[in-house]
Design a binder for this molecule. Structure first.
Ligand SMILES: [Fe+2]
Ligand SMILES: [Fe+2]
Length: 410
């Protein structure tokens, strides 16, 4: 079936250019062009679209207002912004409603890849209702304590960007969002940022304040609805897996794979947050079941939803334009043999790090995923496992020492 894509721009010249540039795609895409947000909404009311690519600065309804309407009325449409850098303030207003940013001028290949890739992610999710859930998510919920800390820090007259960065790096949802933003085409940075604290300092205090207070970019778990997930434990496990995956990757992977392993490890269980926030009651029961039966949570989830937190998290990060490496690492962190990656890839590093952290009892919701030894053998990496275990233990011991030094002796 052809993909239906709606392009919105008030400049007829731009629409003409897009039409010409994408002429070669006419067998794959049904393309419709609208010169205003109002006109686009009219078209949307007549027929559904798979994806929307919209300009920001438009007379009448601007792109941010248009996307807010689309998100409310047609949440399962994939939403791209195609805009110039001068539209920064407007783009920031649409942070919660756009999935991806493309910057003008945009060549045909970039646009084709972005749309194709977003569409291909669907394969990760067996069930339409689960993919609808993912597309509706504006942001991953934050745990109450971190949220409260961030709010009070931001309200201080002498707040510092370092402290804000430190708070944001304690939260999986906030980390995912700031990394998405700072690495988007909108900022056009020459290299990828993987450290949330650095992302926060690049965005700057004013932008962070605007995002928090005006756009409400971070949302908080409703009290008592964390669905059986212990915030501290999930945070610690995520941090551990990030650090361990990085250490494992550092034994032989490339620089880029090492930093992707860190980010993927930090975010690998992000799908749990999506489930806990959106289907809380059902999820609480599944968590209970996994604990009682000592069964891996992802298998209990699969039985209930057809997919697990792994695919769900991968899907969301894919929609948010995280690199394929990271998306894959999330999606297949329990079953690395499903990925086509070879060698010591981020998916493998995260898989092993996650299993080791489970083995050490640091992530105790149900039983953990086992290391897929047969897969390691097929990749010719089985003999590396002893070394990986060693560097992981070293990393955790070093961290233990750092923690002890940091905690006041009283
Ligand atoms: Fe997991
Ligand atoms: Fe995990």
């Amino acid at each position: 079936m052809k993909l239906r894509i709606l392009f919105v721009d008030d400049e007829p010249r731009v629409l003409q250019g897009l039409r010409r540039m994408l002429y070669g795609m006419r067998n794959e895409w049904d393309m419709v062009f609208a010169e205003s947000g109002e006109k686009a909404l009219e078209l949307l009311s007549q027929q559904p679209f798979d994806a929307i690519v919209t300009d920001m600065r438009m007379p009448g309804m601007n792109g941010a207002e248009f996307l807010a309407e689309v998100t409310a009325r047609y949440p399962d449409t994939i939403r791209f912004i195609l805009s110039g850098h001068s539209d920064q303030d407007l783009i920031l207003k649409s942070v919660g409603t756009a999935h991806q940013y493309l910057s003008k001028p945009c060549d045909a290949q970039t646009l084709k890849n972005a749309v194709r890739r977003a569409n291909e992610l669907r394969k990760l999710l067996a069930d339409e209702s689960v993919s609808r859930l993912a597309k509706q998510i504006r942001t991953l919920p934050s745990f109450p304590q971190v949220y409260v800390d961030l709010m009070s820090e931001l309200r201080l007259p002498d707040t510092s960007i370092q402290r804000i960065g430190e708070i944001i790096s304690r939260d999986i949802g906030m980390t995912a969002k700031v990394l998405q933003l700072v690495n988007s085409a909108f900022f056009g940075l020459p290299r990828r940022v993987t450290d949330p604290a650095q992302a926060v300092s690049l965005l700057g205090l004013e932008v962070i304040k605007g995002l928090v207070f005006t756009v409400h970019i971070f949302s908080e778990f409703k009290i008592g609805r964390t669905a059986g997930i212990d915030p501290d434990q999930l945070w610690r496990h995520s941090m551990n897996v990030g650090r361990l995956a990085k250490r494992i990757a550092a034994t032989s992977a490339t620089e880029a794979d090492i930093s992707d392993s860190l980010v993927a490890g930090l975010l690998h269980d992000a799908g749990k947050l999506m489930l806990a926030a959106n289907v809380s009651e059902q999820y609480a029961k599944l968590v209970e079941q996994a604990v009682e039966q000592q069964e891996p949570l992802f298998e209990v989830e699969k039985r209930a939803f057809g997919i697990s937190h792994a695919e769900l998290g991968g899907y969301l990060l894919g929609l948010w334009a995280f690199p394929d490496n990271i998306v894959e690492a999330l999606a297949y962190h329990h079953e690395p043999s499903l990925s086509a990656a070879v060698g010591l890839s981020p998916v493998l590093a995260v898989h092993v790090a996650d299993a080791i952290d489970h083995e050490l009892g640091n992530a105790s919701i149900g039983a953990g995923a086992q290391i897929d030894f047969a897969h390691l053998e097929r990749l010719g990496l089985a003999s590396e496992l002893a070394l990986w275990r060693e560097v992981c233990l070293q990393e955790l011991q070093e961290e233990g020492v750092r923690d002890e030094q940091a905690s006041p002796v009283c």
